[in-house]
Ligand binder design. Sequence first.
Ligand SMILES: Nc1ncnc2c1ncn2[C@@H]1O[C@H](COP(=O)(O)OP(=O)(O)OP(=O)(O)O)[C@@H](O)[C@H]1O
Ligand SMILES: [Mg+2]
Length: 245
Amino acid sequence: MSDESTMVDSAQAIPSTLSTTKSAARVIEINNLRKSFGSQEVLKNVSLQLFEGENLVVLGKSGSGKSVLIKCIVRLLNADEGTINVRFLFQSGALYDSMTVKQNLEFPLRRIKKDLTQKEIDEKVEEVLENVGLSHAVDKMPSQLSGGMRKRISLARTIIVDPMIMLYDEPTTGLDPVTSGEISLLINDVQKKYKTSSIIITHDIKCVHTTADRIILLLDGEVYHEGDLETFKMSTDVLIKSFFK
Ligand SMILES: Nc1ncnc2c1ncn2[C@@H]1O[C@H](COP(=O)(O)OP(=O)(O)OP(=O)(O)O)[C@@H](O)[C@H]1O
Ligand SMILES: [Mg+2]
């Protein structure tokens, strides 16, 4: 069973524990992460890095702990062992049903960038809506939007505060193939335009093709394979092939 799609992003500063020189290009660094629920060891020993500006796709069978990994990164769950260093962190959830699109977008801006004038806020709102191709939806209520449009607005609300890191948990789940393709392209647009670093969890192989700079495959609580799209596509490994058939 897959989770409701969630988008999590970064913007608010949390003191960095990363050292400066050698690991400067790492926005997330996870070392030997272990997480169990009772006797069930979900993540046994996961180490990974997210480098500045890259899209990292995390693959793994259902129940392999991908969402648990993201929840550990955003501290919704506490790791049992290991270290997780994140340069910046901020989280956003579903749209507020009782607010218009504009109000939804203004909300995080007012909270995080307190010194903006109304004019600057209006401009920001306009800019992000344009970027997700939904300028015309500014005064709509979330209930008046399609699933794909809501995902776009949710993305707009995340990028409006200039995040550094985007965590996408199944961003295209529940969407038709065309809309899924559009969301995947949007993920890349956001990456380029805002120079974000992203972790993308997806079962959507087209989304993998469109977005992945690098891929990590989880198996039995550990990183089973890591590499770029080509090495995954060329692999003769049975498990890897099962994801790319
Ligand atoms: N809060 C929790 N309490 C107990 N068990 C949990 C909790 N969260 C996750 N689990 C268990 O951890 C395992 C991994 O769950 P997770 O949601 O990370 O899988 P996933 O890889 O995201 O799967 P999917 O692809 O279906 O989304 C599952 O067996 C799940 O039941
Ligand atoms: Mg999941």
